[in-house]
Design a protein around this ligand. Sequence first.
Ligand code: G3H
Ligand code: 13P
Ligand code: NA
Ligand code: ZN
Length: 324
Amino acid sequence: GLVNTREMFAKAMAGKYAIPAYNFNNMEQLQAIIQAVVATKSPVILQVSSGARKYANQTLLRYMAQGAVEYAKELGLEHPQICLHLDHGDTFELCKSCIEMGFSSVMIDGSSKPYDENVALTKKVVEYAHKYDVTVEGELGVLAGIEDDVVAESHTYTRPEEVEDFVSKTGVDSLAISVGTSHGAYKFTPEQCTRNEKGVLVPPPLRFDILEEIEKRIPGFPIVLHGSSSVPQDKVAIINKYGGQLKDAVGVPEDQLRKAATSSVCKINIDSDGRLAMTAAVREVFANKPAEFDPRKYLGPARDSLKELYMHKITDVLGSDNKI
Ligand code: G3H
Ligand code: 13P
Ligand code: NA
Ligand code: ZN
């Protein structure tokens, strides 16, 4: 069945790699994820956001994820390591409901609350979740928010002096931190970036100094990076070529994620890159085959493109291939 993150993270820590956490809310995304992990013999975290639950229905998502374990076996992976995780849970009730629904891991994101409230809420979720062997991810520090394609606020980086107190008081199994990533396809404004010789935007580096400070205080404790899409410029170019309008979309360079994966970072969240890959593939079919109207003829190529992207992240960036 589905597994929690405990053993996954212990192995990732020891082996100096990171597990991908891919968001899903439909069948093609899930198929692509499972095909990619079977092809690479790797563990994976399937993430469901509140928005995904609203979009796809939690019961359907739950059985899809449980079915994914059987699907992986059918495809030839004898012992799949698949975790079903709630992404950005914001209340105790939501986490409880997901645990009742069969999730094997939850995130309680109290990062925007005052410190003491974050501690109290996270602790409450941990106490409940651990009774059911469900692991819990907490968060300290706030990722920059995006509004209407504009980076609206600046980051509140994680304060290293808080992490030890937080993990010991709450009992969380992993900690999401803020070291310069943000959600979506516009992680950095052009003003925050420099341009290379080709005129391509180069974002400021992640704050590895803060990560190292955190590692010193809680050595061997699993760290999570949200907002870790790289916004592949070839996908952006295809989207724009076929009628899209993505201007100055910038992500986290893969080299930085490669480096992060060798550290205490055990989970790297990627959603936006998958959205870009699907959209690029669908736009391409629509542009080149305007007479096509069978959804399988555009969702199929989108699925293939997603699988390729997921495999690339696993083998070329996170290093989680051949671990099962
Ligand atoms: O953290 C954000 C994830 O990419 C999920 O996005 O809330 O639009 O489903 P969503
Ligand atoms: P991206 O938007 O960078 O893909 O981040 C996804 C994420 O952090 C989900 O929790
Ligand atoms: Na790691
Ligand atoms: Zn996130």
